[in-house]
Design a protein around this ligand. Structure first.
Ligand code: EPZ
Length: 441
């Protein structure tokens, strides 16, 4: 085209009205009763740390009952970036640690998955060196890793934190961690798990005091023992681990997800339905089952199946605590239920400093909630009203789905990037028992 000729070609620009360009969302028609049976998947918060344990052996580790979640896929990518061979099945995953050739997962992968910090303990134990970016905070809190770092230092590691990266190295010949005594300032689940994995290959005995008691900690101990580790006391405040020279592979089933189970039980309660949920290990949900009975639900337990039925729901008080107390991960879902209860409930969040953001979204649906610090006063209303809402974290998104099931009219829930991290096809499971949920956008 010469310098002076005008470009006469035309370009068509289509302007899509903003309301048509959707973030993925769930569209829920409320007021449906549920009935039938719902299956609980494997526990996300167990599978993620069990996957990290594959770094401790050069054999193949096979995990069964693994939930098909985005976080699981993310952890698989991180392990693969370190040289681990990763092969996914429909509900299993095989990891071959013989190819482990990196001590630093790439930042871009770690940044999107907090659980990647679980790599630091096993990498240090296996290679004597690890460089893992700080997981950083998230919507619910600052999520410090002070206890993890203090414990690794107690096992002989030199740990520095610079430019957002935790660098750890084991000095001396053989670069092998040495067993030691660790007292956790708080019963941190992640710190307990990190230190169990680090201690499994250390030279000598490690004692972890004030350890977390969560079922996922016990599940990790079960896997480590299946791999040849010497672990005693998991599920009690004092865990003793005598390090061994090497660990072998294993074929191990992940426990059912107690948080998903609780969420599904709450779906029945909030829609005043009868539903059978399983498998459930009832010891993993003691505090939750007790609260469900306190609000007026009837529970029939047959082995690992729980049949829940609900008609009148009354107010209760609830405070989140470390296991075996009421789990913080079910605080938001339970608040959705209490927003429709008769009477005024009080919920206090004791674990995370910022895990009450779902209150604002429930208020948009007509919930009558007053806040005072980390305490919510919830005056039950007869009916929530459907509205466009957004989940601010994994469990808040689930809470909004539950509220939508009970609300009058249509509720649209955004924040599916969080929901899909922790729930495998929640809408599919609920639709199969009578809900009307559509994923759009
Ligand atoms: C695990 O997180 C779970 N995540 C969380 O689930 C769960 O809410 C939490 O345990 C509590 O049960 C996984 O297992 C992947 P913590 P974790 O260390 O290990 C403080 C979900 O929705 N703390 O037990 O990070 C911390 O600030 C997620 O599935 C320190 O002060 O939890 C928090 O207030 C969310 N210093 C409390 O302890 C530390 O060094 C509990 O944290 C570590 C933690």
């Amino acid at each position: 085209m010469g310098p002076h000729r005008r470009d006469t070609r035309t370009m068509t620009v289509t302007v899509v009205p903003s309301q048509q360009v959707l973030n993925p969302q769930l569209e829920i028609a409320g007021g449906r009763r549920l009935s039938g049976e719902v299956r609980v998947s494997g526990a996300k918060n167990s599978a993620l740390v069990l996957m990290a344990a594959s770094l401790l052996t050069e054999d193949t580790l096979r995990l069964r009952n693994v939930p098909p979640l985005t976080d699981i896929a993310g952890m698989g990518e991180i392990l693969a970036s370190l040289g681990v061979g990763v092969r996914r099945g429909s509900d299993s995953i095989e990891m071959d640690g013989s190819g482990l050739n990196q001590s630093a997962p790439p930042y871009e992968l770690v940044n999107s998955l907090r659980a990647s910090f679980f790599c630091i303990g096993p990498l240090l134990a296996k290679l004597g060196i690890a460089r893992v970016p700080l997981p950083g905070g998230c919507q619910i809190g600052t999520r410090p890793v002070v206890e993890h770092v203090k414990g690794l230092k107690a096992l002989g590691a030199q740990v520095t934190i610079e430019h957002g990266v935790v660098s750890a190295v084991v000095p001396g010949r053989g670069h092998r961690l040495k067993g030691g005594r660790i007292h956790l300032d708080c019963p941190s689940v992640g710190a307990t798990e990190t230190l169990m994995m680090a201690a499994a290959l250390a030279d000598g005995e490690t004692v972890i005091e004030n350890a977390a008691l969560e079922p996922e900690v016990v599940d990790l101990a079960g896997l480590l023992i299946a791999m040849g580790a010497r672990v005693r006391g998991a599920g009690t405040p004092t865990i003793r681990i005598v390090g061994v020279e090497r660990l072998h592979g294993a074929d191990y089933a992940v426990i059912p997800d107690r948080i998903e189970a609780g969420t599904l039980l709450l779906a029945a309660a909030i829609t005043r339905s009868t539903l059978t949920v399983g498998p459930v290990i009832t010891d993993h949900l003691g505090a939750v089952l007790t609260k469900l009975e306190e609000v007026g639900c009837r529970l029939d337990i047959d082995g690992t199946c729980v049949t829940i039925s609900a008609d009148q729901i009354r107010a209760v008080d609830l405070r989140t605590q470390p296991f075996p107390g009421f789990p913080t991960d079910l605080q938001a879902p339970f608040m959705s239920l209490l927003a429709t209860a008769q009477g005024t409930s009080v919920i206090t969040e004791h674990i995370f400093e910022n895990r009450l953001q779902h209150v604002g979204e429930l208020q948009r649906m007509g919930a009558a909630i007053r806040m005072q610090g980390n305490t919510a006063f919830i005056e039950g209303v007869h009916r929530l009203s459907g509205a466009p809402v957004k989940g601010s974290d994994l469990r808040a998104s689930a809470a909004m789905v539950l509220a939508g099931l009970a609300a009058d009219g249509i509720t649209t829930v955004q924040g599916l990037e969080y929901l899909d991290r922790g729930y495998a096809d929640l809408e599919g499971k609920l639709n199969a028992v009578g809900a009307t949920i559509r994923r759009v956008g």
